[in-house]
Structure formats: C-alpha cells, structure tokens
Design a protein around this ligand. Structure first.
Ligand SMILES: *[C@@H]1O[C@H](CO)[C@@H](O)[C@H](O)[C@H]1NC(C)=O
Ligand SMILES: *[C@@H]1O[C@H](CO)[C@@H](O)[C@H](O)[C@H]1NC(C)=O
Ligand SMILES: *[C@@H]1O[C@H](CO)[C@@H](O)[C@H](O)[C@H]1NC(C)=O
Ligand SMILES: *[C@@H]1O[C@H](CO)[C@@H](O)[C@H](O)[C@H]1NC(C)=O
Length: 440
C-alpha cells in the first residue's frame, strides 16, 4: 500500500515534471497531440539564421520582394497543359523560399528536422548526412532502423525524377537537378518514418539530398502538403482522411508558433467554407473561387473573366503557404488599389513591392479589404491588409500585382493575408474553411 502510494506520488511528480517541461518549451508541439508547431522562419523557435540587420518590417519587405521567383514558378505550373512528372524539387522552391517551417522527425529513433511548409508542392526532401554543401542540420540514415532505399523501378521514382531508369539491372533512385545555370543538387529517393506530433507515417518517401554544387545552400528540408501522388496526404493514406489545417502566426510574433493539425479530429466544428476546386493539369495547387473584392463598402469593379477559374489556362485563385504577400493579376490589383487610394486619399509612396503607402496618421480611414469567395466572405483584419514601416509613420496596402515580367493569370492568396486565421483543407469533401484564430 505504502509502496503503491509512493509509486503513485512519484508518478505524479514525474508527470508534473514532464508537463512543466512541455509548458516551458514554447517551441514544442501542441500538447493535444494533434498539432505540429508551425514556426516563422525568422522566429525564435527556428534554428535558421535571422537577418543580422534591419527591422522586422525590412525583413518582411525583403521576403516579399523574393516572392517574384515563386510567383513566376507557380504561374508556370498553372499554365502547363500537361504534367507528366513532378520533379523532386525545383530551384525556386528549394533555394529561395522559406516562410514557415514545421518541426518533424525522420527515422527511428526520430531525428528532429525543420522543414518548410509548402501547400503548393507535393514531394518532400531533407539534407542527408555527408551532404557536401548542405548545412550541418542533416538527417542521418545510418542511425535509423526504419530507413530504406528505393529502387529506380518503383513508380514513385519516375514520378519524382521525371526520367527513365537505366535499361539494365537494379539501381537506386538517383536524381541530379540543375538550377540557376551553374548550380545543381543530387541525392536519392528514400523512405523512412515521418513523425508529426504524436503520429508516425511509416515508409514516407522523400528525397535525401547528398550534394549541392554551386549556388547557395538550403538550410532546411521541405514538406509538400499539396495533394498530388507524392504528397503527405497521399502517402499517409487513410491516416488523415485528406484533411489538414494550419494557423500561421504573424511574422511579428517572434516568440510564438502556430500549428499544423492533420486529420479530421481537432478541427473546428463550425467553420465557413468555400468549394475547393481541382485543376487536373496541376493537381497540387489548392484553387478556390474568388468572385470579387470589396474595399470598404465598395465592390471593386473587376471583369469576372479576370477572376474565373480555367483549368486550361491555369487561371484562377490559389491559397499558398509559400508566398508572402497576396498577388493579383495586374488589372485586378490596379482596380483594387485605385479604389483603396480613392477612399484613403492623401499622397502615396512605395516601399519594396508595395506601391500604396501612406501616412499612418490616416490609418483610421483605411477601409477594410473584403475577399468574396463562393459561399464565404472574408473581411481582412487590419493586420492582414496593412503593413507598417518601422522607419517612419507609414502604412502600406500589403498586396501587390504579379511582377511585371511574369505573364501570370494566377491570383495567389499569400501568408500575410492568412496569418492568425485557421485555414482548413478538406480534400475529401472538396472544401476550404477559413476562420479567425489568434495563434500568435
Ligand atoms: C553514418 O554515416 C556517416 C556519414 O556517411 C559516417 O560518417 C558514419 O561513420 C556512419 N555511421 C555508422 C554507424 O555507420
Ligand atoms: C551546427 O552549426 C552551428 C553553427 O554553425 C552550431 O552552433 C551547431 O552546434 C552545429 N550543430 C551540429 C549538430 O553540429
Ligand atoms: C550533377 O550532374 C552534373 C553533370 O553530370 C555534374 O557536373 C554535377 O556535379 C552533378 N551535381 C551534383 C551535386 O552531384
Ligand atoms: C465561381 O463563381 C462565379 C460567380 O458566382 C460562378 O459564376 C462560377 O461558376 C464559379 N466557378 C466555379 C468553378 O465554381
């Protein structure tokens, strides 16, 4: 009896210790087990180098200017008539874009890895041990008991490589992709357990990068949350029933992390939704039907064909976790901006990609921006529609047109506009839900 009591007391003592340790680690996964931390790349919980100088606004403005590469990449995807393969990685994806990272584990026992969260990309990859040119945060296959290599003949290999195998014998699924002229990276397609919060996805297929030559080195891996054949949703089978959601903390919330919740349990019970559209030519992208935009009480006059979903041209609107500021095709952005300027009045200046900056003293007169989707109107809180300069009393409309040199027909709802909202993707029922949630 006495023993039992001691044991029980000890048990509670250790349980308390464990929960205290959890509470004390704001970077750990959510305690309810259904969540994976989502961390701004420059946040405290992210291991990656923070910009040495400049304010947070400078950082965001700088990140937003790098969006052009990604917009170009997404636009080119949308425009492709026929996709025969999903190459394991594309240059822009891998090397320039890092917005939010998630904490996951690879292997058994699990090795902690930070991977970029990317809803417009299917595959995953990680820098592996011995990788020449990678940072030192690598996955070590030879200490994992569940690691396995893949032969070139498996279907995932042709999906990832877009290349045929050598004609004779068996060979590992090797890839070597060049980017930006004189740079390339190489590796093998492998499989191992992927740990997400309390869940384990066994035999998860990802690219194990073993060498990078030329160019800059990617410090982190990439976790594709698209919905094509190599994506996490496809590979996890029935585990998550085609459902996940995330809440992205503000870039300003240095100390905090949001959450990625996978599977139907733990999702908001009541949430407004809009249909999720599928473009068979580009199955990874999450298209929605944006039908209009209001500035204050004014519905901006936009020709419907500029917003219409068209699988053949790739036109329409996607929700993306890798672009920083929302981009509209040029005439749509111009119409929105003109109406916004019309209501704010005053004089306007530019800051980076933002062309509608004004004295913050008149912020009170800045009208709310409302996005109209089929069945769902989203009024953006000021934190999602304006960005404030640190150097002066300046606020900017935090959206932009597609870059001049990008012949884009795609509108992209980006992370600055999604912050502090829960975005729910239900691929099984073809729905996207959006609800305000403070996850700072
Ligand atoms: C694991 O691989 C690394 C790099 O390839 C090597 O240095 C190390 O000796 C290996 N360890 C074991 C236990 O095989
Ligand atoms: C990786 O490098 C950083 C600094 O470059 C160092 O602080 C850290 O301890 C290294 N980690 C490992 C596992 O070697
Ligand atoms: C990829 O292949 C090219 C051409 O064979 C080679 O020059 C390059 O070094 C390879 N890249 C890597 C990272 O191994
Ligand atoms: C998008 O909404 C418009 C306006 O309600 C409608 O005419 C159109 O059919 C919708 N498109 C799709 C693909 O649902």
């Amino acid at each position: 009896m006495e023993d039992l009591r001691t044991t029980t007391t000890l048990f509670f003592f250790f349980a308390l210790l464990i929960s205290a340790a959890k509470a004390a680690d704001p970077c750990a996964s959510q305690s309810d087990g259904s969540g994976v931390s989502v961390i701004p790349i420059y946040g405290k919980c992210s291991p990656f180098d923070k910009p040495k100088t400049g304010s947070l606004v400078d950082t965001v403005v700088n990140m937003a200017s790098k969006d052009s590469e990604r917009v170009r990449y997404l636009a080119s995807l949308g425009a492709q008539k026929k996709v025969t393969s999903a190459p394991i990685a594309s240059a822009q994806q891998l090397f320039n874009i890092a917005n939010y990272v998630v904490r996951v584990t690879l292997g058994t026992p699990g090795q902690l890895m930070f991977m970029v969260l990317d809803t417009s990309y299917d595959a995953a990859w990680a820098p592996c041990s011995g990788c020449a040119g990678c940072s030192n945060a690598t996955f070590s296959p030879n200490t994992s008991s569940t690691y396995g290599s893949l032969d070139c003949s498996v279907s995932q290999c042709s999906q990832a490589r877009g290349l045929t195998c050598p004609a004779t014998g068996s060979s590992p699924c090797l890839f070597n992709q060049s980017y930006g002229g004189d740079s390339s990276f190489s590796g093998t397609l492998v499989q191992d357990s992927l740990g997400l919060g309390n869940d384990v996805v066994p035999n998860y297929v990802f690219g194990c990068v073993s060498a990078i030559s030329g160019g800059s080195t990617p410090p982190q891996g990439l976790l594709g949350l698209g919905r094509g054949p190599l994506s996490l949703l496809s590979q996890s089978g029935s585990l998550y029933s085609g459902v996940f959601s995330y809440c992205l903390p503000s870039f300003k919330s240095y100390y905090f992390s949001g959450s990625l919740k996978l599977g139907p349990s733990g999702q908001p019970k009541i949430i407004r939704t809009t249909p999720l559209l599928r473009n068979p030519h580009r199955p990874s992208l999450y298209y929605v039907n944006l039908t209009g935009v209001s500035i204050g009480r004014v519905l901006v006059p936009i020709a419907p064909e500029l917003l219409a979903f068209d699988p053949n041209t790739g036109a329409g609107t996607i929700i993306d976790s890798g672009t920083v500021v929302t981009r509209f095709v040029q005439p749509v952005y111009t119409a929105i901006r003109d109406e916004f300027r019309n209501q704010v009045k005053g004089t306007f200046s530019s800051l980076g990609v933002f062309d509608t900056c004004f004295a913050a003293s008149s912020e009170a007169v800045a009208p709310p921006v409302k996005l109209h989707f089929t069945g769902l109107d989203l009024t953006l809180p000021m934190e999602n529609s304006l960005i404030h300069s640190s150097s002066g009393p300046l606020a900017c409309l935090a959206m932009a047109a597609a870059p001049n040199n990008v012949n884009s027909v795609l509108n992209i709802i980006a992370t600055l506009q999604q912050q502090n909202h829960r975005i729910l993707f239900d691929v099984t029922n073809s729905l996207v839900g959006i609800a305000r949630e403070l996850c700072n």
